[in-house]
Each structure stands twice: as structure tokens, then as C-alpha cells.
Design a protein around this ligand. Structure first.
Ligand code: A3P
Length: 310
């Protein structure tokens, strides 16, 4: 995408070189410079821009696009890898993968995406209100991955402090305060979930959770296959499963995510929230969940009593 690229570089090498340049630039910026607000939500200024958000209107969705929707730290990279691996098994060639988020990069990216062959795997942290309307017009199938908010918060805290692109925090308590009020990059976990919840009935949506994937990955992989109409043999499913375990992805993370490999693939567990939450913080989040998500489909799916109580 930039003039300084070596034409012989593979897509993965280009992605990694771009990531390296981005990290170097981020290290020179202050926490305040690393974020900006657009339509009331904070975004990483080094990865997103108003011009790119506006250019998104030119994106032409297709019925056979694979759209993965996640709040940050809820299993985005895991889902991307699963879909990538499934499509590879089906077509025996690499699908079009936008390795960065749909909303990252230069405004020209949508023109580039429009020219790419199907199937395209696209992933985004955007809210229902802010993502390209074309995806709804074309009734693109949407895979939403949820994760319990306590583990998502702890994962997000570590990620913010180890990824130079995001503003870092002086303490867990400081992060928790911002997480609860939604003053973090990509805004409130709760508003995000409520926004997508509104789309559930009219939409073409499959809702999965990080916790169910962790508990029985093959069962969740089968749901993805049914949803997208992929006919994978048991042997192919097994291969997808083996290539998408936490360990397997972590082992290959320097290849897939360069210097940030260990930052993206940290622990991959359920229940790590207990390592940082105080009892008081736990109660505060319980109350927030009760107020906003109790009784919703997302709330049910998250299985809060099982994953978020002591
Ligand atoms: P932790 O920080 O709790 O380890 P995202 O891809 O949305 O940024 O989410 C990152 C979180 O998903 C991290 O959580 C990461 O370790 C976890 N993760 C990534 N791949 C995984 C896998 N194959 N199995 C389980 N967890 C995975």
C-alpha cells in the first residue's frame, strides 16, 4: 500500500512490515495523541481516521462475505483464523483476508477490498450504527463472538499496556474505571452489545461465545459450518480444530503477528478476571451487567452466573 514496499513481499510480509512501521510511530506518541473521538466513540488514532470512516461508504458488500464482529479482546483473531482455515480447506487456496480490522488503514482500502475476489473475510470492532450499511443491504452473514465482560476487561487491560498503539494505563484500577464508563478505545462494552442486540432479529447472525469455543471447539465449528453452508468432512474439521487451538496459534504467533505475537496470544483462558478484580469491582460490574444486559439475548448467551461469579 505504500511506495516503499518491496514488490516481492508476500501479503503476510507486507502486513508485518506495516505493523512494524506502525509500532515505531506509536512509540513516539503520547497517550492523548494515541486516541481520537469520532461520533462519540474513541478510536486508535494511528490505525483509524475520519477519512477512512467516510471512505467506508464506498465499500461494496457481498452476500458471500464473511463478517466477524467482536468487541476488542473477545476472540477476534481466533475467529479470523478459524474462518481462514475453513475456507482454505474448502477451496484449497488462501481466501481474501483483511488481517487488520475493517476500519483500520487508509481510505483507499475499500477500493482495494472491492476488487478482491470472494470469499472475503472481514472483521470489525465497529458498532452496528457505524459499520458500512452495504453489509446490511446485501444481508451479509454476520458472526458475532461474545466474551464475558470480566475476562474481556482483564485481557483489554494487558493489551493496552503491551501494545504501543493503544494508550497505556498506570494501574488496573485506572483501566477498570474507564472500562466501566466506556471511556476506552471502541467505547462501552455494554453499549456495543446492546447496539448489536438490536440487529439480532432482523439479521443473518450467528452468535457464539469465547467460553463455548473454549469448552467444545468442534461443536462451535460445526455451528459455523451450518451457518455458512460449508461442507467440511470430519477430517477437515479436525484439521481446523488442531490449527486453531490457543497453543497452535501462539506457537505460530511470531509468524502471524510479528513482535506482538505474545501480546495477542497471552493466556487464552476463562476466569483470568479473578487475578485482578477486587470484590468491590466485581460487584460494580455485576450491577452494570444487571442494569444493561440482564434479560437480553446477549446477556443470556454470555452465561454470566457461570463465568462471572466467584
Ligand atoms: P487473553 O488476553 O485473556 O489471553 P482478540 O483476538 O479479540 O484481540 O482477543 C484476544 C484474546 O483471545 C486473548 O485473551 C487471547 O489470548 C485469546 N485467544 C486468541 N486466540 C485464542 C485461541 N485460539 N484460543 C483461546 N483463546 C485465544
Amino acid at each position: 500500500m505504500s511506495g516503499s514496499e518491496d514488490p516481492k513481499q508476500t501479503n503476510r510480509e507486507k502486513f508485518q512490515a506495516e505493523m512494524q512501521r506502525t509500532l515505531e510511530k506509536a512509540k513516539t506518541m503520547t497517550p492523548e495523541e494515541l486516541k481520537f473521538s469520532y461520533k462519540g466513540i474513541l478510536y486508535p488514532s494511528i490505525l483509524c481516521s475520519e477519512a477512512t470512516f467516510q471512505a467506508m461508504e464506498g465499500f461494496e458488500a457481498r452476500e458471500d462475505d464473511v463478517l466477524i464482529i467482536t468487541y476488542p479482546k473477545c476472540g477476534t483473531n481466533w475467529a479470523i483464523k478459524i474462518l481462514h482455515q475453513m475456507l482454505f480447506e474448502l477451496h484449497n487456496k488462501e481466501p481474501t483476508i483483511d488481517q487488520a480490522m475493517f476500519e483500520f488503514g487508509k481510505p483507499e482500502k475499500y477500493k482495494y477490498l472491492n476488487e478482491q475476489p470472494s470469499p472475503r473475510v472481514i472483521s470489525s470492532h465497529l458498532t452496528h450504527e457505524n459499520i458500512s450499511k452495504s453489509l446490511f443491504e446485501k444481508k451479509t452473514k454476520i458472526l458475532i463472538i461474545l466474551r464475558n465482560p470480566k475476562d474481556a476487561a482483564v485481557s483489554y487491560y494487558h493489551f493496552s499496556n503491551n501494545n504501543p498503539v493503544l494508550p497505556s494505563y498506570s494501574s488496573w484500577d485506572a483501566f477498570f474505571k474507564d472500562f466501566i464508563t466506556g471511556d476506552v478505545i471502541y467505547g462501552s462494552y455494554f453499549d456495543y452489545a446492546l447496539g448489536w442486540e438490536k440487529y439480532l432479529d432482523g439479521g443473518n447472525v450467528l452468535l457464539l461465545t469465547f467460553e463455548d469455543m473454549k469448552t467444545d471447539l468442534i461443536a462451535e465449528l460445526k455451528k459455523i459450518c451450518d451457518f455458512y453452508g460449508f461442507s467440511l468432512t470430519d477430517e477437515q474439521l479436525q484439521k481446523v480444530q488442531e490449527n486453531t487451538t490457543f497453543q497452535s496459534m501462539k506457537d505460530k504467533s511470531s509468524e502471524s503477528h510479528g513482535n506482538l505475537g505474545n501480546v495477542f496470544f497471552r493466556k487464552g483462558e476463562i476466569g483470568d478476571w479473578k487475578s485482578l478484580f477486587t470484590e468491590e469491582q466485581s460487584k460494580e460490574l455485576d450491577a452494570k451487567f444487571e442494569k444493561h444486559l440482564a434479560g437480553t439475548k446477549f446477556g443470556e448467551k454470555i452465561n454470566y452466573p457461570k463465568y462471572c461469579t466467584y
